[in-house]
Design a protein around this ligand. Structure first.
Ligand code: FES
Length: 203
């Protein structure tokens, strides 16, 4: 209402607006809304990170791992036979190299193993086996040895010496391929006889 017949506009803060709240109350209400928005933001952020981590952990726990006693089978048919065929120690001549998986565990590419015959011998004698996953950035190495008798990686050229515990003989890798002992079953086929000597792939 006006004063003395003159319309005097009320102070801005006197306008209660549609909310019907006092300015103090409106400020309070805005702060609460802001807090809730921040909480919601944090929640969404945490969820966005937690979900992939959880999914990744599930995948990791579902992957099968190489174990002692696993029969070894050919990973492919490129070096004779067919993928999934058992392999005998006598199938490998000196200088031969073949990639194998523990039977039934091809779902985990980290199980890929390279078996190399570095010398003639009976049973597992003269055979060595290593992880076939490069320790530089994790590419699978070539199945065949290169012209220098080295295990070579196609990605950035790392090379590993199969006759010297897969020590790095060239390229950017800074760690040997982990070794894994193999044995021979009664029927002459290869089996895993222990664990990897170290972590597989890049650390
Ligand atoms: S991943 Fe093998 S050299 Fe880089």
């Amino acid at each position: 209402m006006g004063r003395g017949g003159i319309q005097v506009p009320g102070p801005e803060w006197a306008d209660l607006g549609e909310s019907g709240l006092e300015p103090k109350e409106r400020g309070f209400s805005r702060r609460r809304a802001l807090k809730w928005l921040i909480r919601l933001g944090y929640g969404t952020f945490a969820f966005a990170f937690a979900l992939p981590a959880f999914a990744l952990r599930s995948l990791q726990t579902e992957r099968t791992e190489t174990a002692q006693g696993d029969p070894l089978v050919r990973a492919s048919g490129t070096q004779g036979g067919n993928a999934g065929d058992p392999i005998a120690a006598t199938d490998l001549a000196e200088g031969d190299s073949v990639q194998v998986f523990p039977q039934g565990k091809t779902d985990n590419s980290l199980n890929l193993i390279q078996v190399v015959r570095i010398a003639a011998g009976e049973g597992a004698e003269g055979l060595v086996a290593y992880s076939a996953i490069c320790t530089h950035l994790g590419c699978p190495v070539y199945e065949e040895l290169n012209e220098d008798g080295q295990i070579a990686c196609p990605c950035h050229g790392s090379r590993f010496d199969p006759a010297n515990d897969a020590a790095v003989s060239g390229g950017p890798a800074n760690r040997p391929l982990p070794s894994i002992p193999v044995g021979v079953a009664a029927d002459g086929t290869l089996v895993v006889s222990g664990g990897f000597s170290g972590p597989i792939g890049p650390e």
